[in-house]
Design a protein around this ligand. Structure first.
Ligand code: GLV
Ligand code: MN
Ligand code: MN
Length: 409
């Protein structure tokens, strides 16, 4: 079968640019789960899928699901997709590339009038990033039937619950628990690498062999607010000074172990005035490792270190776990299929792990799952400077199309 990956990649790159218009913050790409711009992106995605010959709908949790039937109706599906929510001030490729690439793959078959032995389901997930609520991967969790009972009570910065936001979006908090997909033979996700390895090796593509596990927590430190001019240093219970010491303990613990990373990405201070000793500090903690036991041990050590710091400084520290995803070893059949697709394109075989979390690790609970990485400039991601080349995009579309064509359910 001859495909036109060059034309498909050109259209895909244009669509990725066009999708930057769906943003909550003009001048930046910020598309938080269930926001009006997220809704607009879902609708545009569904329209593109329908134009590509698929039936498309937005499900009860706010994923877009589109289906290209196989030669026989109701055949098991190869699911292809990624997320279309973004971090704040994001790059345009994280997530959006893999979701829109699913449509590009279907267009390759549709244009040639080809129906495969299996269906192709293209999915655009919501809330992979976990930026708006304290949940993460909510869309793929609902699709794989692993949405936690408490997810709907999670609140955003304005106190809006996930259930309220979902209802306002047009979703359905109750039916969200019945979104589990049926007859999925496998799931495959194309994504930018978000790291520098492929670029350093001079390779456009790499097959992901495993995805690191992650733990996320919110830590609240409670001290005593007071007058910045009147309370002597030794009598203070400064929540921010305590949090600062805890954050350095986080860094020290992570540095002590190869392949373990820990990040404090959010820090809030109350009351937040120049002349007030802070009474409260809240920070987020994200710990990742390829080995679940290393990650769990590090979280436990960090917890113990923070409690000791809190005791010495006479403040309270409360840890709230909000996300836990075990490491995922990609399915060997999917990995081998992607290896073959690369070989068929004359691309060198190369496998690598993923430091970032992906919907694939959740979809692995539903069906055999795997991922293909494409090189990104400087390994930069979660940054508006994120970039890929048109040539690499063409290879990625060609590899995904080959994989889909050769896939056997
Ligand atoms: C998703 O981008 C993650 O935080 O790994
Ligand atoms: Mn992503
Ligand atoms: Mn991301």
């Amino acid at each position: 079968m001859e495909f036109d990956a060059a034309g498909a990649a050109r259209r895909l790159m244009t669509r990725l640019d066009d999708f930057c218009a769906f943003t909550d913050e003009p001048g930046k790409l910020t598309r938080l789960y269930l926001s009006p711009s997220y809704r607009a992106a879902c609708e545009a995605f569904a329209r593109l899928a329908e134009a590509a010959g698929m039936s498309a709908r937005i499900d009860a949790i706010g994923n877009v699901r589109a289906r290209y039937e196989g030669a026989a109706p109701h055949a098991p599906a190869l699911m292809i997709g990624s997320h279309i929510d973004t971090v704040r001030d994001a790059g345009r490729y994280d997530g959006n590339l893999g979701a829109l690439a699913g449509i590009a793959v279907v267009e390759q078959f549709r244009q040639r009038g080809v129906r495969l032995d299996h269906a192709i389901e293209v999915v655009a997930f919501g809330d992979e990033e976990g930026v708006r609520f304290s949940t993460a991967m909510t869309g793929s969790r609902a699709l794989s039937g692993s949405l936690s009972a408490s997810a709907m009570e999670s609140r955003d910065r304005d106190g809006v619950t996930l259930a309220q936001a979902l209802t306002a979006f047009g979703g359905d908090p109750e039916r969200a628990y019945s979104c589990r997909a049926r007859d999925v033979a496998a799931f495959v996700e194309l994504h930018i690498e978000q790291g520098p390895v492929l670029e350093a090796k001079g390779l456009a593509l790499g097959v992901v062999e495993a995805i690191n596990g992650a733990t996320r927590l919110l830590v609240t430190v409670e001290g005593l607010a007071g007058h910045a001019g009147c309370v002597p240093m030794e009598l203070r219970r400064d929540a921010v000074a305590a949090a600062a010491e805890m954050i350095l303990a986080v860094e020290e613990r992570a540095r002590a172990e190869v392949d373990l990373v820990a990040t404090v990405g959010r820090l809030e201070v109350e009351p937040g005035a120049i002349n007030v000793i802070p009474g409260l500090a809240r920070f987020s903690l994200d710990v990742r490792s390829p080995r679940d036991e290393w990650r769990r041990r590090a979280v436990s050590d960090i917890h113990a270190a923070c409690i000791a710091i809190a005791a010495r400084r006479k403040v309270a520290a409360v840890f709230l776990p909000v996300h836990e995803a075990p490491a995922y070893a990609c399915d060997l059949r999917v990995v081998a299929g992607l290896d073959r697709a690369l070989a068929g394109l004359g691309q060198p075989a190369f496998r690598l792990p993923s430091g970032a979390g992906h919907d694939t690790m959740v979809m692995g609970g539903l069906a055999p799952s795997g991922m293909l990485f494409v090189r990104c400039a400087g390994g930069i991601s979660h940054n508006p400077a994120e970039a890929i080349t048109g040539e690499d995009c063409e290879l990625a579309v060609a590899a995904m199309t080959r994989f889909a064509a050769e896939f056997r359910a």
